[in-house]
Design a binder for this molecule. Structure first.
Ligand code: NAD
Ligand code: LMR
Length: 338
């Protein structure tokens, strides 16, 4: 039996010859930025996920406190905390899924691109750690601006010789979660029964809900289409403004991140038909990265789905999305290349 990491260095447990035998079956997951607004509820929800056997919580502040707190939950996953750059490698070694919500959030009046200056460097450093310590792990990248941080991560992995496009996924799940909620409200349905594909990227006009492909099949008036598209595109800003300087979406994001991470783990386990939207390396458009539905399997995003038929409103939205996305992607690529 493997040693139980929670026992290590705890003299009281050693004294009483603790009979703990260590982890339940499941996957090893690390959260980088685990003490943050997203990180803490995300850590709690991942500790509740039966597919997780080991949960590593890394941050540059407060990781020990969050770890002590979460580790008292009577669920299967063994939790270990890691604080600061000297412990990054230990946090990452052996991990199968790495979720990254590290970085600064927006304040009112800022765009996600305004976060690039600080978050680009954070993502670069953390991804260098991934390339060195767990090059085969699936990476779920949450840190904004996702449209640029995913290309940054790809370039870091290419430089290290570890890049596998199937394993790098920008998390756009919150756009889908919001779209399902807002569309269900208009249709008078339970949001759990609604599926809205959201494609493109994760900022403003690059967030493109495909309302013509909503399941169950339905139709919207032009006013409803305009209202829903804008509300979904501005969902993040709605929360940033409501929080009035205290950050951006954290709780709904943790929910969305866990929904997405759980899909990745079910894919890793070999479940069939696991399909979610994500921002990935793509040949669906002329851009090198694009969010669409992907099929998650044992090796990550094993299939990237085409857009399907778009109506005129969506075709116009797609052109606008692509223009902004091209600039954001290039900004991320050149941050590493130059
Ligand atoms: P936060 O400030 O509450 O938490 C961020 C955490 O990252 C902090 O605990 C901080 O100490 C940590 N951190 C900073 N530098 C680090 C480093 N080098 N290594 C490890 N940890 C580090 O912010 P938040 O509200 O949790 O948001 C985090 C990020 O997620 C932001 O960039 C935000 O814009 C983004 N976000 C993305 C989505 C999405 O849909 N993809 C949704 C919401 C927020
Ligand atoms: C969101 O969509 O809520 C996040 O990207 C955070 C933000 O800055 O809006």
């Amino acid at each position: 039996n493997p040693p139980n990491p929670q026992m290590e260095g705890n003299p009281m447990l050693e004294q009483i010859n603790c009979r703990a035998k260590g982890g339940s079956p499941g996957f090893k997951v690390a959260i980088l930025g685990a003490a943050g607004g997203i990180g803490q509820p995300l850590a709690m929800l991942m500790k509740m996920n039966p597919l997780v056997s080991v949960l590593h919580l890394y941050d540059v502040v407060n990781a020990p406190g969050v770890t002590a707190d979460i580790s008292h939950m009577d669920t299967g996953a063994v939790v270990r905390g890691f604080l600061g750059a000297p412990q990054l490698e230990a946090a990452l070694t052996g991990m199968e899924l790495v979720i990254i919500p590290a970085g600064v959030p927006r304040k009112p009046g800022m765009t996600r691109d305004d976060l690039f200056k600080i978050n680009a460097g954070i993502v670069k450093t953390l991804c260098e750690g991934v390339a060195k310590c767990c090059p085969n792990a699936i990476v779920n990248l949450i840190s904004n601006p996702v449209n640029s941080t995913v290309p940054i991560a790809a370039e870091v992995f290419k430089k290290a010789g570890t890049y596998d496009p199937k394993k790098l996924l920008g998390v756009t799940m919150l756009d889908v979660v919001r779209a399902n909620t807002f569309v269900a409200e208009v249709l008078g349905l339970d949001p759990r029964d609604v599926d809205v594909p959201v494609v493109g990227g994760h900022a403003g006009v690059t967030i493109l809900p495909l309302l013509s492909q909503v399941k169950p099949p339905c139709s919207f008036t032009p006013e409803e289409t305009e209202y829903l598209t804008k509300r979904i595109q501005d969902g993040g800003t709605e929360v940033v403004q409501a929080k009035a300087g205290a950050g951006s979406a954290t709780l709904s994001m943790a929910y969305a991140a866990v929904k997405f991470a759980d899909a990745c783990l079910r894919g890793l386990r070999g479940d069939a038909g696991v399909v979610e939207c994500a921002f990935v390396a793509s040949q669906v458009t002329e851009l090198p990265f694009f969010a669409t539905k992907v099929r998650l399997g044992r090796t990550g995003a094993e299939e990237v789905y085409q857009l399907g038929p778009l109506n005129e409103y969506e075709r116009a939205g797609l052109e606008e999305a692509k223009q902004e996305l091209a600039v954001s992607i290039e900004k991320g690529v050149s941050f590493i290349k130059k």
